[in-house]
Design a protein around this ligand. Structure first.
Ligand SMILES: [Zn+2]
Length: 188
């Protein structure tokens, strides 16, 4: 798809109007603290930039932040704004994890989103990311809802293992998961 070219002047105007200041020295580095207010500012800024067709690579350079941080801010902004229903916008987000996920997520409505990519054991969606193959529902949970605590599993509230709708996922302890599974088996 063709991306609208944006001039440097336009880009700078965008940066100024959304106060997307590059990271200060004390904000750099993986474990440095970024205040809640500043985080919102950065997320909003990333969203505006995505809307303008500015790539994550350009944001990384401009903000002086790591690729993984910029990617996280973009995902958070896109998720919170609800614009992930807008396929055109997602296309601007080219070749990021988010697009690769959305490409295969199935229906955007609030029903089960059956994974359109490959399945593991003909049940769970599987996805190659970061050099390993991972279960998509776990990756979706981690990407859109937050980190999965150690020792916890991601359960499908809808009982459809191929579903990757974040609203149908919850974290449960493995004993809770076994209880749910046996209750469901008995219910059938
Ligand atoms: Zn579902």
């Amino acid at each position: 798809m063709s991306r609208r070219r944006i001039s440097t002047t336009e880009r700078l105007a965008l940066f100024k109007c959304h106060r997307g200041k590059p990271l200060a020295d004390e904000e750099r580095g993986q474990h440095s603290h970024i205040t809640g207010e500043r985080l919102i500012e950065l997320e909003n800024f990333c969203l505006c930039a995505i809307r303008e067709g500015i790539s994550q690579g350009e944001l990384v350079t401009y903000l002086g932040a790591s690729r993984s941080r910029v990617s996280r801010w973009c995902v958070a902004a896109v998720t919170k704004s609800g614009v992930h229903n807008d396929r055109r916008l997602i296309q601007l987000h080219s070749k990021t994890l988010v697009q690769r996920l959305f490409d295969r997520m199935g229906s955007p409505e609030n029903t089960c989103w059956t994974w359109q990519g490959s399945l593991e054991d003909e049940r769970y969606g599987s996805f190659a990311f970061d050099g390993t193959t991972t279960k998509v529902h776990r990756l979706v949970y981690d990407t859109f809802l937050g980190p999965i605590p150690d020792g916890f599993e991601v359960d499908h509230i809808c009982t459809n293992p191929a579903c990757v709708n974040p609203k149908h996922l919850q974290v449960v302890s493995s004993s809770e998961n076994q209880t749910f599974a046996s209750v469901r088996r008995r219910g059938k």
